[in-house]
Write a protein that binds this ligand. Structure first.
Ligand SMILES: [Zn+2]
Length: 588
């Protein structure tokens, strides 16, 4: 909030000093720049003042919230930790915590919970051991990692919760993983492929690529600690049908002078490489998290699909400290399908989900649901339908219709709930429509952090005919040095999940090929241990942009930034797009 005000003030100051200069030194370069700025400013003003006139309210039908909506749009709580404690807390009884959780879900009308690790006390004990004294052993290569998964125990924990709730709430498996300096993720349809902490590195300086300045030596091997790359993890999860959601995308803090990043530093890279994201958390930490939403809009501005979700980051053994206001819920459209983890995942994948702390909000354009595409054009007029109801025991405040760049195109105040219909103009550019419904008394413009109630739709995408964001490709130029130990071996390009794209013999000289930006290279030769790496992660320009976020370097360019604010520009999407065009690498 403070950062916004600061930037606005700066903008005003620049403009004022420009106006002063224009009168005095018309011929100077700075005056020309000022004129340019003035023109831009004029365009901005005229387009934002013209826009509301173009979006036209066609009809409003007030009404009560139909009971059937609760069946068709179940409340789903995600990104949780079932058995976790802050430093110094006593643990208490595991079974009592489970009973409490089931009761709490019943009281709040929570119909499904993605249950994250640590899942139970045995799992927590393994966390303690293998993230603690036996960490080097676990990652030494001399330890059977999967032997400490306890699949049966984890399954039993979920079975017990589901039995206690007798079908009133579905408890399904989730896990917040990976958790490292480049970001955290949680999942719909999570595949339990390794122990919960397998891809954690917390705040340790793990080496993720060849020239990574972060190094922590494993005392048992004498080699730097490494972890799986996110491209590999996502590919494995996707192959199993899961979709990954980038958690708390702009969260960071400084404590005792030390910068800690929870920023989703890899999210922009995935967006550019894939042309879309599986998902990102847009509601979390507080109900109206403006930095999350600003980042979301800047991602949507690329024209790619980016489903937004709510997350809680709750310790489920402490849910009694939470109420309906701070429990941010996803409402996937399940309709008359049985409520299963698979149905939730499918709805999440389709993007037909809204999120709120109790309010209802369903949006369609020309009958096309959230998450889907309407073909548009300059001459078209579209019909936007908004069905909205306040959270129980509350009233609606401002309703906003939002388009490209997060611009508010129209507002509606004093609507009690029901159905609104608008006419919205078509465009020749890819666009989207998102709707936000605040509570009465909430002031999103002047007091965003104090907003109490909010419901947010997922976008309906408005694309010109034929538009589709393609995954990026990279022109790879691999130089094989004369004395390379790999000469005589072979080089494989593989998809992110290991399908062969092509195989080349390794001679001295240049190998030049265009490949998908998320692909990987495997070098192999008889007698040598083969080496695999993802081309995006060995790309020095990509590394620079990710480091800029993960190391906190961006803060130098935005002095006075409050914690957990990252300006969308700091995600450097255009720079990443440029960087992914080309990959130069020397095979030594
Ligand atoms: Zn996290």
């Amino acid at each position: 909030m403070f950062g916004e005000a600061l930037r606005r003030r700066r903008g005003e100051k620049t403009l004022a000093s420009c106006l002063g200069k224009v009168g005095v030194k018309m011929a100077s370069w700075s005056a020309a720049r000022c004129l340019f700025l003035l023109c831009c400013f004029g365009l901005c003003v005229s387009s934002s003042s013209r826009a509301p006139a173009q979006v036209r309210l066609v009809s409003e039908r007030p009404g009560e919230r139909p009971a059937s909506l609760d069946r068709d749009w179940p409340a789903v709580v995600t990104h949780t930790h079932n058995w976790r404690f802050r430093e110094g807390e006593t643990t208490g009884s595991f079974s009592a915590a489970g009973e409490q959780l089931v009761r709490w879900c019943w009281d709040l009308g929570i119909r499904a919970v993605g249950v994250g690790s640590a899942w139970n006390p045995a799992n927590e004990a393994n966390f303690e051991r293998f993230e603690g004294p036996d960490r080097d052993l676990y990652y030494s290569g001399q330890f059977d990692q999967k032997s400490v998964m306890d699949v049966a125990g984890v399954k039993a924990t979920l079975t017990e919760l589901n039995a206690q709730s007798r079908g009133s709430t579905l408890f399904y498996l989730d896990n917040e993983t990976p958790k490292n300096r480049m970001g955290h993720m949680w999942w719909f349809g999570y595949l339990y492929d390794y122990p919960a902490w397998h891809d954690y590195s917390q705040d340790q300086p793990i080496k993720y690529y060849e020239n990574d300045p972060s190094v922590e030596i494993n005392a048992l091997t004498g080699e730097p600690h490494t972890r799986r790359n996110l491209f590999e993890i996502v590919a494995i999860q996707r192959r199993a049908g899961a979709i990954g959601v980038f958690a708390h995308p702009t969260r960071w803090w400084v404590s005792n002078g030390k910068f800690t990043s929870n920023i989703a530093a890899m999210s922009g890279l995935f967006l550019i490489a894939d042309g879309s994201l599986d998902g990102m958390a847009v509601m979390g930490d507080r109900v109206y998290n403006k930095p999350y939403q600003d980042l979301w809009f800047s991602f949507l501005d690329t024209g790619g699909k980016v489903p937004g979700f709510a997350e809680t980051d709750f310790f489920l053994n402490q849910v009694m400290h939470h109420n309906e206001l701070d429990t941010f819920r996803n409402y996937p459209h399940i309709g008359n399908r049985p409520l299963t983890a698979r149905a939730i995942r499918d709805a999440a994948r389709s993007g037909e989900v809204f999120f709120s702390n109790g309010g209802f909000l369903n949006v369609s354009v020309d009958g096309v649901p959230m998450g889907s595409v309407v073909r548009t054009g300059q001459s078209k007029r579209h019909r936007l339908r908004i069905e909205v109801y306040p959270a129980p025991n509350s009233r609606l405040g401002r309703i906003q219709i939002i388009g490209k760049h997060g611009t508010v195109l129209a507002v509606k105040d004093n609507f009690p709930g029901g159905v609104l219909e608008y006419e919205i103009p078509g465009h020749d550019e890819p666009d989207y429509v998102v709707v936000r419904a605040f509570g009465s008394g909430d002031d999103p413009d002047h007091d965003p952090d104090q907003v109490r109630y909010l419901a947010v739709s997922n976008p309906v995408y408005l694309w010109p005919p034929g538009f589709h964001r393609e995954p990026a490709r990279t022109l790879c130029r691999l130089r094989v040095a004369l004395g390379s130990r790999w000469i005589g071996g072979s080089l494989e390009f593989q998809t992110a999940d290991g399908e062969l794209l092509r195989r080349e013999p390794i001679h001295a000289g240049i190998i030049s090929l265009s490949e998908p930006a998320d692909s990987r290279i495997v070098l192999s030769k008889k007698g040598l241990q083969s080496r695999m790496f993802y081309i995006a992660m060995e790309n020095a320009d990509v590394e620079k942009d990710i480091w800029y976020l993960s190391s906190g370097e961006f803060r130098k360019d935005y002095p006075g930034l409050p914690q957990s604010v990252v300006p969308p520009q700091a995600f450097r999407l255009e720079s990443l797009r440029e960087a992914l065009n080309r990959f130069e690498y020397e095979i030594r």
